[in-house]
Design a protein around this ligand. Structure first.
Ligand SMILES: *Cc1c(COP(=O)(O)O)cnc(C)c1O
Length: 379
């Protein structure tokens, strides 16, 4: 029996008051000069907000956001729906899947709330281990051979490991969905952190295939806008009727102010194709890696997120023990087990740490982490 425990977001909520909070993956850092200029203008965006122009502004925003990720904007195929949080999109999708009696092959690991939402709707789950995405074609083929679920639910780049569904694997999975009439859900919330050579056109491939699919996008892990964000999800034609009614149960429309504000951030990022966003994270990653003894924590991710996924390599310690010791010293991170919703022991030695913070916070937290290693007697 699984012990009732708090979920990851509850832990993130508890860590909010602390300076050295590296718990949630949301963007919480100082604005760049250019971002500050947008914030300074925001009273004007507020005054100019007009809900009568909302639909047009949303379409324009979706087109621009997808453009930033080098994705095709295909309104003939995809209906884009705004939502308050990406999790709300998952909740809406889960309702549709439950009503249709569908089962899901869900990527593992992933953030616990995706599995929790689906399970709360009593949707049968089977793991789709992310290792098959990087293990070569034979591993993917043998998983597909045994895959009985009606829906494949992927996150790319994946939270917490940054594992990316490469183009060949994605095309194979889509082809499988065509042949077997599966539905595909893709959560692309971290897509701006992909390097150029890893970007390919999810939307174009999906629209060409004609499969039933949903793609979820978010901006909360990208721009520090005091939790104002403009997530949306894109739904293929045959799913629209089922989805729009449920979506309308939750939301009349997103604030046109928020859509405008985030569109301005997108415009800014377009100037250098989002490079500055990746550089902020890369700098913090370097600061952290420089300070942390490799005999204590080893980076175990692809560097494609605003997060670090760390393996505790020291003997006699696991992720949860290190998390508790760090929390006692004022540094808040998450431990790994709950990301493995089917096989928690696979995450036992891991920690997840946010990098979307100010460099001085990363440096100070790194000092505490290195100090703990010294205290434990091996520094
Ligand atoms: C954070 C996250 C979400 C949820 O985003 P919210 O907008 O905070 O609900 C969904 N998917 C992934 C991959 C995430 O990392």
């Amino acid at each position: 029996m699984r012990v009732i425990e708090r979920n990851l977001t509850q832990e993130e909520v508890d860590a909010l008051p602390f300076d050295h909070n590296l718990s949630d993956g949301h963007a919480f850092r100082s604005w760049t000069t250019a971002e500050s200029a947008i914030i300074a203008e925001s009273a004007r965006f507020f005054a100019e907000s007009d809900r009568r122009l909302g639909r047009q502004a949303e379409s324009e925003y979706i087109r621009r956001y997808l453009g930033l990720g080098a994705q095709s904007y295909i309104p003939e195929y995809f209906t884009g729906l705004m939502c308050y949080s990406a999790s709300m999109a998952v909740e809406i999708v889960a309702n549709v899947l439950r009503l249709r009696g569908l089962s899901v092959a869900l990527i593992e690991p992933c953030f616990d709330n995706i599995a929790d939402i689906l399970l709360r709707h009593r949707i049968p789950l089977q793991p789709f281990p992310e290792t098959v995405l990087t293990g070569g074609t034979a591993e993917l083929e043998s998983l597909l051979e045994t895959l009985t679920a009606d829906v494949i639910f992927l996150v790319s780049p994946n939270n917490p490991t940054g594992t990316v569904v490469g183009e060949a694997a994605f095309k194979r999975i889509v082809e499988f969905c065509v042949a077997e009439e599966k539905l595909l859900v893709l959560d692309g919330c971290f897509r701006v952190y992909l390097s150029d050579e890893q970007v390919y056109d999810h939307y174009g491939i999906l629209a060409d295939s004609g499969i039933d699919c949903v793609v979820i996008e978010d901006t909360g892990k990208v721009w520090p806008a005091a939790e104002l964000k403009a997530p949306f999800f894109c739904v293929s034609p045959r799913l629209v009727d089922a989805v729009v009614g449920i979506h309308a149960d939750f939301l009349l429309h997103l604030s046109p102010f928020t859509v405008r504000l985030i569109t301005e951030f997108v415009n800014l990022a377009e100037v250098d194709h989002g490079r500055y966003l990746r550089e902020i994270v890369a700098r913090n990653r370097t600061l952290f890696q420089r300070a942390i003894p490799g005999s204590f924590l080893r980076t175990d991710d692809t560097q494609k997120l605003g997060l670090a996924w760390l393996e505790v390599v020291a003997d006699g310690l696991d992720g949860e023990r290190v998390r508790v010791l760090l929390a006692e010293r004022g540094v808040h991170v998450l431990s790994g087990e709950r990301f493995y919703w089917s096989s928690p022991e696979l995450g036992r030695r891991h920690l997840r740490m946010a990098l979307l913070r100010d460099p001085d916070i990363i440096v100070q937290a790194s000092e505490v982490i290195a100090g703990l290693w010294t205290e434990l007697g091996d520094g």
